[in-house]
Design a protein around this ligand. Structure first.
Ligand SMILES: Nc1ncnc2c1ncn2[C@@H]1O[C@H](COP(=O)(O)OP(=O)(O)OP(=O)(O)O)[C@@H](O)[C@H]1O
Length: 344
């Protein structure tokens, strides 16, 4: 990706949710460090996958980018404009360009509104009357997402999960966005339907040049969709790289462990990737480990990992934006042999 004029430029993005307690007067007794100092860019028309286990801060990141949440720190620039703390008025023209698709196609559509009303909603709110009228545009959008335009007057409960997600996609397209944040858009769908919706999003990215931040807990889904992938762990990006580099040469032990859980078809003479089972739970973001946050589950951790947080830096010998945050990144030699695990 070109780093000149990214569509979205995020630096040091942080969101800490205050935790209140105490009696009789409630006061702040701590903070959930949901997102803690993220740096990444998204180029025009590019798809970035954001991957990690439940609770690592993916949805919070999506909501910060779309400014549904107010950041605690850091900076969000959209087309060179600082929108970190932009008010309603400054955000108005940008709101139409950045849209979100949600995980649950059942909860995200108003059951009392017709499909036509749901999809034209964003046009209505923004006072946009396209040439040919709103109804015409909605019918076009239904076709774009692979639904019959005759569905215009029907209600969400008349549709399957996959069809409902297509309606959600049509609504996101209504204002011709430049960037769509798709938050686990297929994880609530049957496996047989997931690929169809991913293919639809892929077509939109290619044909309409829309950039995507595609949030998923599953590296397998992101693999076919994203040109670049960022792996998150406990509020931090631990590795970010082009798709090929990330899947073929993971440098962070956590990425390697996540990838080892992705089923793969191998030829008879190629050994299957060794499965790395991480022990222990993800620590609480209320009180994350010192130094490297992954160290309590990492087979390579040393004293240094407990005292020094590793910065996200360029992988040695790689000039193409492959970054990792690890004091002891995996080497090509490491990847050839099973990970030696040790308890900490
Ligand atoms: N409004 C909130 N108030 C307090 N804590 C929150 C709030 N929203 C999220 N969190 C916490 O922030 C952390 C990150 O949550 P987030 O939903 O961003 O993670 P995620 O990676 O998207 O997980 P999932 O895949 O389960 O949605 C979690 O510990 C979560 O409990």
């Amino acid at each position: 990706m070109s780093n000149t004029n990214p569509l979205l430029d995020v630096t040091g993005l942080t969101k800490h949710f205050p935790v209140m307690g105490g009696f009789p007067f409630k006061r702040k007794i701590g903070a959930v460090q949901a997102v803690d100092g993220l740096d990444f860019q998204v180029a025009e028309g590019e798809s970035l996958g954001l991957v990690g286990e439940s609770g690592c801060g993916k949805s919070t990141t999506g909501r910060l980018i779309t400014r549904l949440l107010e950041p605690t720190g850091g900076k969000i620039s959209y087309r060179g404009q600082d929108i970190t703390h932009a008010g309603r008025k400054q955000l108005a023209p940008i709101r139409s360009e950045i849209q979100m698709i949600f995980q649950d196609p059942y909860a995200s559509l108003n059951p009392r509104q017709t499909v036509g009303k749901i999809i034209s909603g964003p046009m209505e709110i923004n006072g946009i009357n396209p040439p040919g009228g709103q109804e015409n545009r909605v019918r076009e959008l239904l076709e774009t997402v692979g639904l019959n335009p005759e569905h215009y007057n029907r209600f969400p409960h008349e549709f399957s999960g996959g069809q409902r997600q297509r309606i959600g996609v049509a609504r996101a397209l209504a204002l011709s966005p430049k960037l769509i944040v798709a938050d686990e858009p297929v994880s609530a769908l049957d496996v047989s339907i997931q690929a169809q919706v991913v293919n639809l999003l892929q077509d939109l990215q290619r044909d309409l040049g829309i950039a995507f931040v595609f949030i998923a807990h599953d590296l397998a889904i992101v693999r076919h969709f994203s040109q670049r992938v960022a792996v998150m762990y406990l509020g931090k990006i631990v590795e970010i790289a082009n798709r090929e580099d990330l899947y073929e040469n993971p440098r962070h032990p956590y990425t390697r462990a996540l990838l080892s859980a992705v089923p793969e078809a191998t030829a008879d003479d190629v050994p299957a990737r060794e499965r790395i089972l991480l022990t222990g739970d993800v620590p609480s973001p209320l009180n994350p480990p010192s130094g490297c946050r992954f160290r309590t589950r990492c087979w390579k951790a040393t004293e240094k990992c407990a005292t020094e947080a590793p910065p996200l830096v360029q992988v040695e010998g790689n000039k193409d934006g492959h970054l990792t945050a690890c004091h002891y990144p995996e080497t090509t030699a490491d990847l050839a042999v099973p990970a030696a695990r040790k308890s900490l």
